[in-house]
Design a protein around this ligand. Structure first.
Ligand code: PGA
Length: 249
């Protein structure tokens, strides 16, 4: 099974936080299936997290990579560097990167290719804003984001897509799970019809996922998993979300 449950820690974490998280997670995680789980901490904690998760099989990834492989990009980290550290995946084009760091679809497309070249699984994040949602533009916006990000991808690329409505991130609001299911089906149809050689592994939902709403999401056919922000910062809460997933999927 490919990655299905990803913890996006964003700009959070510390040595003490990480220790507590691992203790809480492993106390509450009730499955042997950990290959579908990924944690994306801040870069500098990768090694610390690796020690904490040991040989549990949980994957470590990152929240971003540079769109260049090497050279004059002060402060950046490349796909080959994270591969070197054993990271298995990278989020790409998260809405916070698009908004605060002005990432364009073109930059995102370059990052997707670099991830693939380095055997790092890219998790392409897409999503509409509140205004676009109110205007009923969701499908058009998502199609545009998918097409722009994938049109320059090398053939046979692999990827995971995370649908994250911008207005649902950190807000406690989520769309109706049936609506999310239809959106995911549309995303799969667009990729399959426009880019038949691309290997789309799964479509995850992200935006205010927690242990209360997880089962209503995971029962939907086309919701293959979740990208979890705030709720993933609590080891117990994230373990509960994973446990719910494993019971349903
Ligand atoms: P949230 O964040 O779960 O806190 O809404 C999700 C994300 O931004 O990936």
């Amino acid at each position: 099974m490919s990655l299905r449950l990803i913890a996006n820690w964003k700009l959070n974490g510390s040595i003490q936080f990480n220790d507590q998280w691992a203790e809480d997670f492993f106390k509450n995680f009730s499955s042997l299936n950990s290959e579908s789980i990924g944690i994306a901490p801040a870069f500098i904690y990768i090694d610390h997290i690796r020690k904490l998760i040991g040989d549990s099989g949980i994957n470590i990834g990152v929240q971003n990579i540079c769109e260049e492989e090497s050279g004059a990009r002060t402060g950046e980290i490349s796909a080959s560097m994270i591969k070197d550290l054993g990271c298995k995946f990278s989020l790409i084009g998260h809405s916070e990167r698009r908004i605060f760091f002005h990432e364009s679809n073109k930059t995102i497309s370059k990052k997707l290719n670099l991830a693939n070249n380095n055997s790092v699984m890219p998790i392409l994040c897409i999503g509409e804003s509140a205004v676009e949602n109110e205007r009923n533009d969701t499908y058009d916006i998502l199609k545009f984001q998918v097409e722009e990000a994938l049109k320059d991808l090398f053939e046979q690329s692999a990827l995971i897509i995370a649908y994250e409505p911008v207005w649902a991130i950190g807000s406690g609001k989520i769309p109706n799970p049936e609506e999310i299911n239809s959106v995911h089906k549309m995303i799969k149809d667009v990729v399959q019809s426009r880019f038949p050689k691309i290997d789309l592994k799964s479509v995850l939902y992200g935006g205010s996922v927690n242990s209360e709403n997880a089962s209503s999401l995971f029962v939907q056919e086309h919701i293959d998993g979740a990208l979890v922000g705030g709720a993933s910062l609590d080891g117990k809460e994230f373990a509960q979300i994973v446990n719910i997933f494993n019971e349903i999927k």
